[in-house]
Structure formats: structure tokens, C-alpha cells
Design a protein around this ligand. Structure first.
Ligand SMILES: Cc1ncc(COP(=O)(O)O)c(C=O)c1O
Length: 438
């Protein structure tokens, strides 16, 4: 979003912003579930048809589905998201149901509910239900892939040096045991073209490379990789691809068959605003037979009939959470994945331009080039250390971001569909105050 877009938007929404400020109890409700604020998914869906990414009145309606603590500006979607009322209600209702009657008979319904979640995930991700395993989170999904492949001495794995530990350190641990080699690739700090990114990964691959594993969007810099181009390049060389979608599952419309990856992983409790401790693992149909299950449990059949289900025999599960994945997908579908993706991008771009406007010396680890980033924004303020500012944002201003250190120091902000543009402006104002104070 350019500065002039933001000004247009601010003018257009001045009335809504004032109404939100004047009625904080409507916008944010703490304490016991105030169900009166929830609207049906049908109503949300109807209203979404005429909404766009900058329609604050509509996004205010969306926000009211999230009973956030009063006054809190939550911008930490890359880590953990709140769930809206419909998802909470599914989790609470089914949890109470199991606690009232934990018999096999009463719980027999969960088999069907789990399959409904699997089908919803398949629909949402452009895959077939047999290609979907329901795991506990991205960490487990990534590890299920790297533990499930047959790799050994002489094989080589190429990974992005910005991968999450579950797709980086986890490879090193396996390499130590099985004798393969892990090669890390660095990309330009601020990439400008897709081909320059594809070229650096391509240049690192040899005829011994078996897997290319990368985050779709980096949780450390916010840079977005061209997943489809990378997958095509890898598949042309018979190299498997693992796309860690922790930062895109729920924030970007993803069509896995179109992307052409072999594996895609994600957590329902991040951008999908789904139940806690539920995750997804997609395995391309043709790859299922070669995958070994890390956990062999009741119902394991080697995959002959069960497809990717052979990878989610994890013993007794939190059935309520697994069932609520379907509700989370329906919540996204009611609003529309493209509209949500547009909103996330508008908030992230709005934040970058608002911070730049107030503190021109600010830099970002996150690219500004269209298509090269999405909802993860890492701000580098012109200060010696970010630690105290990050803490004060929460303790004094009730703004929740994430601290970043190491090679990518700064503060990470990940706004999502429950954030308002007025909050983006507020974060920028507070950062400017903090820089002036430092
Ligand atoms: C890219 C990436 N992969 C994996 C994970 C792990 O997610 P979870 O803790 O839900 O397993 C994260 C968490 O932030 C992440 O950013």
C-alpha cells in the first residue's frame, strides 16, 4: 500500500475509525464469551461479497468474531493466533461432550468429524483428502517428512538458511545419524526478482540433491519465496520439495497441485485462526508409498488404502481440536481466502509505509517488491537495541509483536484479519515515540 493509498483509505474510513475508538467495548470484549457479538458465517459471507481489503466497516465485523483482550493490539500471527467464536464454540462444545461421556460409543462420531476436517483442508489447499495428514503442528509435519524419507550417505539436501529449526536443525540431526549432507543457501537480503531467487537455489543443487526444503515465507525476514518456480525447477531435476507453509497456510490462497510441491506443512493455530495444536501435512499422491511413518499406531495399514492418513496415526488425539479444523476452514471460506490475503497484505504494506512516514531512518528485513513478502514484517528501528522497546510495546502500550535477534535483529509485526488500520497507525505512532525516547 503506497502512502497515498493509505491517505485515501484513512479519509474513507475516518467515520469507522472514530466509531471504533468511541465504542471500544464493541470492538474488543474480554472475559466470558460475549456470544452476542458473533454473527453467522452466512451473514459474514453475504457481507464479504461487497467488501474489499480496505473496507474497515467489514473488517470491524470480522474483528468482533475475536474476543480479544480489551485494548490489546495483537500482531503476532506468525507465532499464534486467537480463534474466532465459531472455532471456539466447536472446541468447547466437543470438549464438554467428551468430558461428559468418554465412551467409545459417544466418541465414535469423531472418525467422521476428522474426515470432514481432512476434506475441508483438501478443498482449501487444492489437494485431495487422501493427500492430507492432520498432524499437531508444522514442527511435527516437517519432522514427519524428514524422518519419513529414505536418505543416506551420498545424498544431499538443499535448504534455505532462513528455514525454521524444524526444517533446518532437524535435518542436521538426521544427517548425523544417516550420513547425508545438508547444504544451506543464502538469498539476497532484499531480493528483487523471482529468477534471482530460483537461480541461487538452482546453483546450489547437484546431481546428488534429493530434497529442496524451504519456508514459503520466512519467519525471520518476511521474505516470500517463489514456491511454484522453485518446485518446477526442482521437479525438472527429480528433486523432492518440502514447502514449509507455516507463514502462508491461512494467509495466502494456496493451490498445492498448482504449486507442484511434494510436501507442504502448516499449523492451524497460526494464520488459519484454527484450534491450537492442529496442523497439516500434504503429501503428493505419488510420494505417499515411499514415505515411512514416524509413529505407527492403531489403524496403520502401510498406506495401501489410507493414503497420507498413515502419517497421522498419532494415538489418542484432542478430537475436539481436530474437528474444529473444519470450522476454521469454513470461517476462511465464508470471508474468502483472496479477500483475507488482500487484507493481510494491505495491513502489512500499510504498516511499512506508516512507520517509514514517521521514522524515515527505519529499514526493514522484509522486501517491498510486490510478491516478495506477505504478512510478516520485520522492522529495524534506528536504535542500538530493540529488546527494551519490544517489552515496553506490550507493558506500556499493549502492542504484541515478536522480538527478533541474530542475523535479523528488529521487531516482527504480523497483522491479521482481526486488526484494524487504526491499529497499524497506532503502532507506527508508538514506535516513533519510542525512537524519540531512545
Ligand atoms: C516457518 C515456520 N515453520 C515452522 C514453525 C513451527 O510452528 P509450530 O510451532 O506451530 O509447529 C514456525 C513457527 O513460527 C515457522 O515460522
Amino acid at each position: 500500500m503506497t502512502v497515498s493509498d493509505r491517505r485515501t483509505f484513512l479519509k474513507r474510513t475516518a467515520g469507522t475509525a472514530a466509531a471504533v475508538a468511541a465504542a471500544p467495548a464493541l470492538a474488543v470484549a474480554a472475559g466470558p464469551t460475549p456470544v452476542r457479538f458473533a454473527v453467522s458465517l452466512a451473514t459474514l459471507s453475504e457481507r464479504a461479497r461487497s467488501a474489499d481489503a480496505l473496507d474497515e466497516e467489514f473488517w470491524e465485523m470480522v474483528r468482533r468474531q475475536f474476543p480479544l483482550s480489551e485494548g490489546l493490539i495483537l500482531m503476532n500471527a506468525a507465532n499464534l493466533c486467537p480463534s474466532p467464536f465459531p472455532v471456539q464454540e466447536t472446541v468447547f462444545r466437543l470438549t464438554r461432550d467428551v468430558d461428559r461421556d468418554a465412551s467409545f460409543q459417544n466418541r465414535s462420531k469423531f472418525g467422521q468429524l476428522r474426515e470432514a476436517s481432512r476434506e475441508a483442508l483438501a478443498r482449501y489447499l487444492g489437494a485431495s483428502a487422501d493427500e492430507i495428514a492432520i498432524t499437531r503442528n508444522t514442527s511435527e509435519s516437517n519432522n514427519t517428512v524428514l524422518n519419513g524419507l529414505s536418505l543416506g550417505a551420498g545424498d544431499e539436501i538443499v535448504i534455505w538458511d532462513q528455514n525454521h529449526p524444524t526444517n533446518s536443525l532437524a535435518w542436521d540431526v538426521r544427517a548425523e545419524r544417516w550420513g547425508f549432507t545438508v547444504k544451506r543457501v543464502s538469498t539476497p537480503r532484499i531480493p528483487t526478482t523471482s529468477s534471482e531467487l530460483v537461480d541461487v537455489f538452482g546453483g546450489a543443487m547437484t546431481d546428488r540433491t534429493r530434497v529442496l526444503a524451504f519456508s514459503h515465507v520466512s519467519n525471520v525476514s518476511g521474505v516470500r519465496l517463489p514456491a511454484r518456480d522453485l518446485c518446477r525447477m526442482a521437479s525438472d531435476r527429480d528433486v523432492l520439495t518440502l514447502v514449509d507453509g507455516a507463514q502462508t497456510f491461512g494467509s495466502i490462497r494456496v493451490d498445492l497441485h498448482r504449486m507442484g510441491c511434494d510436501f507442504y506443512t502448516g499449523s492451524a493455530h497460526k494464520w488459519l485462526v484454527g484450534p491450537k495444536e492442529a496442523g497439516v501435512l500434504y503429501v503428493r499422491e505419488s510420494r505417499i508409498p515411499e514415505m515411512w511413518a514416524s509413529v505407527v499406531g492403531v489403524g496403520y495399514d502401510g498406506g495401501s488404502e489410507s493414503g497420507a492418513r498413515k502419517l497421522d496415526n498419532l494415538g489418542q488425539r484432542d478430537d475436539a481440536a481436530v474437528a474444529a479444523v473444519e470450522t476454521a476452514v469454513r470461517f476462511h471460506e465464508a470471508i474468502g481466502p483472496d479477500l483475507i490475503a488482500g487484507r493481510v497484505l494491505a495491513l502489512a504494506d500499510g504498516l511499512k509505509s506508516a512507520v517509514r512516514e514517521r521514522i524515515p531512518e527505519t529499514t526493514f528485513h522484509t522486501s517491498d517488491v510486490p510478491g516478495m513478502s506477505h504478512g510478516v514484517v520485520v522492522v529495524v528501528l534506528p536504535v542500538e537495541s530493540h529488546g527494551e522497546i519490544y517489552q515496553r510495546l506490550y507493558t506500556e502500550h499493549r502492542i504484541a509483536g515478536a522480538p527478533r535477534g541474530g542475523e535479523y535483529p528488529g521487531i516482527r509485526f504480523c497483522p491479521h484479519l482481526y486488526n484494524m488500520m487504526t491499529e497499524v497507525e497506532r503502532v507506527a505512532d508508538v514506535l516513533a515515540e519510542e525512537v524519540a525516547r531512545a
